[in-house]
Design a protein around this ligand. Structure first.
Ligand code: PMP
Length: 998
């Protein structure tokens, strides 16, 4: 039955002297619930029980809420206001205060902090309810995880497949969990901490908790188990999400040792109740959708948990709660006889200089050669190391999986490697039996593997021997006994060991986690603590090798104190990217790696033009560095060949080059040339332009002198408006070029009357700091003509845009159909090596050479020239300009598609792989709070752009923001950026743009 508005109005008046203005029926399993608001703007819940409902549970529920109200809790709960029995059926009607807030499950995304707070909230509940009891507290209830077996008969309503899955879990619960439940502490639990009952306040903190209808006396840990069961839904990695809840809970209400192994079973217990109840209801009450709500994600989660070993879940939960019980390995026989051998601690970590270039490990035969060479160089018989080491080896697309925070790779090595000769004998450290063996010679696999099972004082453990010879296995079968000190195997050759350099991978495991013949040898960084606890340090098995020399993951963690040392010792004006700074230790093509081995797609770095650490560039530098590096006052072929090859990409007018070491130096020199040419330092420059960090270049950089710490334009500089057709002063693309050029003409005209002439005009060919502003058609043509008419020079700053990045052309100015008098080149020319150039016409060069020598100690040195020439050649040989065109056009197309989905993207622009998109809200007006009247009335959208940038970083994508309002996302990756990269970038951008971005 339902209640009419006037019924409810009448009922309400019995409690409160106020009038109801709105009524909304709320979903519920048993009670009828209504949310009402009143004329005096108060909100309440009216709860109407089933006829003849027992009063005592309701009194109990009210007592729980009242008890919590006596505690200092950071969240509020509904409070009972009154209760009456009404109508011929004798329905109990209650009024409660309403708790305001948005349900946690509506947050998108649910953040790590929110999951931790979820656990904290449940822990606070457990703590607050420790001193509470009530005679009417139920002790048995369908939704109690401990009583999951009560739901088992409902399995008959499930499909065959569902039933099979559930029965496996229920069997395990019965055998493993049930016998131990009695020993766990009990308390009154709230017992319903799922994400629809936790309410967020306006700052996203958990500020409210509702629905006390499931409260009961049960095992205290069920409070946490229920939260975990729901936290694991809708995420790629449920155990990772649950662990965050566990960590929060334990921090306020510490778990007990006997509870921890039970948690996983109770989580599953609760999920089974959910799916069993849903199966039952689907038959009995097919129209009640509420009852089906969490069934689908619960099934999906159970399906995922099928392959999760309880010991692994326990290790994960333990890694944020209780300490690990160490295993003591006493007096093992050495696994490899290292006495009197010469040993080398091998560093194969992600940033290892010993591991060196990515070519040394990407292909196994080259890796073999590299390891061999390292051992020879060290005159070592064996190389040892790798326990807990983060390695860059398995970080290609093939090994990528999706975690809760974007793409992830298993990079933390769980075993110890002993690199050495084929045929080296491997001994059994302890007696035991053969657990399992396997043979897989495919490249990258373990090859021949043997696993032994031992029984020590603290129970069973296992030892694994990988990359053995095939013959090693022939004498063994599962279950065969092994004696301590037996020769069990030998190091295999590459053809049999999975293609690796000859070595032994030795690993210790506390639990096989259901594996046979194989076991994961590497772990995801975020799971490393759990895996390393399951796979203890094998150092004791190599007694002649000092354990101090065995690197552990602790060595790889971001060095604590880097930030404070940096702040103390480096220039105070130096910023660091991201609130959580990145500790990057390796670059490979379009990717950067942090110390955990996490791979980031780099869409920011137009310096690593042909790809981070391109082998041809690295080799060119290394080879020349080894032979000669000196200044350019001696004759050398390198500088000339480089100059000629560079000029072959330029119009014939630009035929004289001065090599320098940076973009700033290049522009500094170009500005001096203008002064020398014209006799004046006066310059015209564009708003928000940046041209360098030297005195003269800062003086033409409005980005700096109009920004923080700046003092406005110096007298010799005249700034003209940024020729922005999206939100600037002139937006009609067909006439904007002329309109914007008019500002230059106006300044020049003024000079005619004031006598204050200009030495030149400096401008980028696409405005980078301005926010990837593509110049309107005809702009440079008109400006250049006007400037030259008055005797000035035209500089095109190609530091960001040049060297093929725009795809169609080698140089950005070509997009405008002009030839500058001077171009300045920086960033991409050396692919990271400090190298810049100023290329000008012979006339400019001649005027500049007035007798005063232009000498530059490092400019044009043989190493820099070798590097620059290699970069140029790679651009040509690898067709990177063509790739920039094809990939850039594709990316622009899918960015435009994305813009159609998300109105916050107001404009997509750029050329080749120099792209950007601008965030605006709601339409043409850039979003946010402030209006800046000086720039034609547009707003700042920095908040949304900053969210996007930081969230994308969390998901593994480096992006930068720029533009006067920091609301433009720039995309200017290394030019080897692929179409697959573009697709992945868009996939994640789309995801983040769907989140609660504002
Ligand atoms: N010009 C432009 C357009 C730039 O973006 C930069 C650097 N961001 C420079 C000049 C200065 O180059 P560098 O930092 O190599 O001195």
């Amino acid at each position: 039955m339902s209640f009419s508005e006037s019924d409810l109005q009448k009922i309400f008046h019995r409690f409160v002297n106020d009038d109801i203005t709105t009524i909304k029926a709320l979903p519920g399993e048993i009670d009828l619930n209504y949310r009402v608001t009143t004329a005096s703007a108060d909100t309440y819940t009216i709860k109407i029980s089933q006829p003849g409902a027992d009063l005592s549970p309701i009194q109990f529920e009210a007592a729980v809420m009242r008890h919590l109200a006596t505690k200092q809790l950071p969240f509020v709960t509904p409070q009972p206001i009154g209760e009456i029995t009404e109508g011929p059926e004798g329905r109990l009607i209650r009024l409660q205060s309403w708790v305001e807030g948005r349900m946690l499950n509506e947050a998108n995304p649910i953040t790590k902090e929110q999951r931790q707070r979820w656990g904290v909230t449940l822990g606070q509940l457990s703590k607050a309810l420790q001193d509470f009891d009530h005679p009417a507290a139920p002790t048995s209830y369908k939704w109690n995880p401990s009583e999951t077996l009560m739901s088992r008969p409902l399995a008959r309503y499930m499909t065959q497949e569902q039933r099979e899955l559930s029965e496996v879990f229920w069997d395990r619960f019965e055998q493993v969990a049930l016998p131990k439940l009695g020993a766990l502490r009990q308390s009154i639990n709230y017992n319903d901490g799922h994400a629809e009952n936790l309410l967020l306040d306006s700052s996203g903190n958990i500020g409210g908790l509702i629905d006390f209808g499931d409260a009961m006396r049960t095992q205290t840990i069920n409070e946490l188990a229920i939260g975990c069961a729901y936290a694991g839904m809708h995420v790629p990695d449920p155990i990772g999400a649950m662990r965050e809840v566990v960590g929060g809970y334990h921090a306020v209400f510490p778990l007990e040792e006997i509870e921890l192994p039970m948690l996983f079973h109770l989580i599953i217990g609760r999920l089974l109740i959910t799916v069993a109840t849903a199966a039952d209801n689907a038959v009995k009450e097919p129209e009640n959708v509420y009852l089906q709500v969490s069934a689908a994600p619960a099934w999906a989660l159970l399906e995922k948990l099928r392959s999760v070993a309880p010991a692994f879940a326990e290790a994960m939960f333990r890694s944020v709660s209780l300490p690990i019980n160490p295993i003591v390995f006493s007096a093992p026989h050495p696994v490899v006889s290292l006495a009197s051998k010469s040993l080398h601690a091998m560093d194969l970590s992600v940033g290892s200089l010993e591991l060196g270039h990515y070519q040394n490990y990407e292909e196994l035969p080259l890796f073999s050669r590299h390891v061999q060479r390292l051992l020879e160089d060290q005159e070592a018989d064996f190389g040892i190391g790798g326990y807990g080491e983060t390695r860059p080896v398995y970080t290609t697309d093939a090994y990528e999986t999706e975690g809760n925070y974007g793409p992830r790779w298993r990079t933390v090595h769980l075993g110890l490697d002993v690199w050495g000769p084929v045929g080296t004998t491997v001994y059994a450290p302890y007696s035991g039996i053969v657990h399992s063996l396997a043979y897989d010679p495919n490249p990258g696999s373990y090859g021949a593997t043997l696993i032994l099972e031992h029984t020590g004082e603290q129970g069973k453990f296992f030892t694994l021997y990988g990359h053995l010879s095939k013959a090693s296995l022939t004498k063994w079968g599962a279950g065969a006994p092994v004696q301590k000190g037996d020769k069990i195997a030998e190091f295999g050759p590459e053809a049999e060991n999975g293609g690796w350099p000859p070595h032994l991978h030795f690993q210790v495991m506390r639990d096989m986690l259901g594996n046979e013949g194989d076991f994961p040898g590497v772990a995801y960084p975020e799971e490393a603590a759990a895996w390393l606890s399951l796979c203890p340090n094998p150092a004791p098995f190599f007694p002649t090798w000092s354990s101090a020399e065995i690197r552990s993951s602790a060595d790889q963690l971001p060095l604590r104190g880097l930030l404070s040392r940096r702040k103390a010792k480096l220039g105070y004006g130096l910023s660091v990217s991201y609130a959580q700074p990145l500790h990057i230790v390796r670059g490979v093509r379009q990717y950067l790696y942090d110390t955990s081995g996490r791979r980031y797609l780099d869409t920011v770095n137009n310096v690593a033009h042909v790809g981070h650490e391109h082998p041809a560039v690295v080799a060119a530098a290394q080879r020349q560095m080894a032979v000669l590096n000196t200044n350019s006052r001696y004759l050398h072929d390198g500088i000339l060949t480089f100059a000629e090859e560079l000029m072959a990409t330029l119009p014939p007018e630009l035929s004289v080059v001065h090599f320098v070491n940076s973009g700033s130096e290049a522009n500094e020199l170009a500005l001096r040339m203008c002064e020398q040419w014209s006799g004046t330092r006066n310059m015209l420059a564009v708003e928000i332009g940046y041209h360098g960090n030297t005195g003269r270049t800062i003086d033409v950089s409005s980005y700096k002198f109009d920004g923080k710490g700046g003092h406005g334009a110096p007298p010799q500089t005249t700034i003209v408006p940024m020729p922005d057709t999206f939100r600037g002063l002139h937006q009609d693309a067909t006439t904007a070029g002329t309109h914007y050029a008019n500002y230059v003409r106006k300044a020049l005209l003024k000079a005619e009357t004031t006598g204050r002439f200009y030495g030149g005009f400096i401008c980028e060919s696409i405005l980078s700091c301005g926010g990837q502003i593509v110049l309107p058609e005809g702009y440079l043509k008109e400006v250049y003509t006007a400037v030259r008419q008055q005797g000035g020079l035209c500089i095109s700053d190609e530091v960001q845009v040049g060297l093929g990045r725009v795809g169609k052309h080698w140089w950005g100015f070509e997009l405008q159909g002009v030839v500058p008098d001077i171009i300045t080149i920086g960033k991409p020319l050396g692919n990271g090596h400090p190298l810049g150039a100023v290329v000008c016409t012979p006339e400019v060069a001649a005027r500049f050479a007035n007798g005063m020598e232009y000498f530059n100690t490092f400019g044009g040195n043989p190493v820099s020239c070798a590097v620059g020439r290699a970069v140029l050649r790679v651009v040509k040989w690898e067709g990177l300009r063509e790739q920039a065109s094809a990939t850039g056009n594709y990316l622009k197309k899918i960015l435009n598609q994305l813009a159609r989905e998300h109105s916050i993207i107001g404009d997509v622009r750029g050329e080749g792989l120099f792209l950007g998109f601008e965030l605006v809200r709601p339409s043409i007006t850039p979003a946010a709070e402030q209006m800046d009247p000086t720039r034609g009335g547009y707003h700042s959208a920095s908040l949304e752009a900053a969210y996007l940038k930081n969230r994308m970083r969390e998901l593994g994508f480096l992006m930068s923001t720029d533009g006067p309002d920091e609301n433009v996302i720039k995309i200017k990756p290394p030019m080897c950026f692929s179409k697959a990269n573009a697709d992945q970038l868009i996939h994640y951008l789309d995801r983040v743009l769907r989140e609660d971005i504002d």
